[in-house]
Design a protein around this ligand. Structure first.
Ligand code: 5GP
Ligand code: ZN
Length: 112
């Protein structure tokens, strides 16, 4: 999608601190980190939010989760949190689906 921040980061049109780049996904550091490790895991395919996922995306979502696991290992984390915010009131501000991978500190529950 031409007017999407994360599509542009995936395409290399906007710089980001990338830690993994694969055929179908990209992992990069959040610009406003909320923990010592705060990574964003995104598909290259533009999907606006969880509400726009179809069953045809099931394997891709599995790949995103597997990328979280591998990115956590890359960061030497065995304890971490994976978050998806879906919709504005749930905290979504960028409408290109992404998983937050947070770790490196104690994380409270429930989230705010
Ligand atoms: P959301 O609020 O949609 O769940 O998460 C979007 C995340 O993207 C936020 O944590 C925000 O800090 C991050 N973000 C927004 N703009 C940029 C950017 O230009 N570069 C990077 N690396 N992260 C960004
Ligand atoms: Zn996009």
């Amino acid at each position: 999608m031409s007017d999407c921040l994360f599509c542009k980061i995936a395409a290399g049109e906007i710089p980001a601190d990338k830690v993994m780049e694969e055929d179908d996904l990209v992992v990069f550091r959040d610009i406003n980190a909320q923990a010592p490790t705060h990574l964003l895991v995104i598909p290259r395919k533009h999907i606006a939010s969880m509400n726009d996922v179809t069953v045809a995306d099931a394997a891709l979502l599995g790949r995103l989760l597997d990328a979280c696991r591998r990115a956590a290992a890359h960061e030497k984390l065995t304890e971490y949190r994976i978050v998806n915010n879906c919709g504005e009131s749930a905290g979504q501000s960028v409408f290109h689906i992404h998983l937050h991978l947070l770790g490196g500190r104690s994380l409270g529950w429930p989230p705010g």
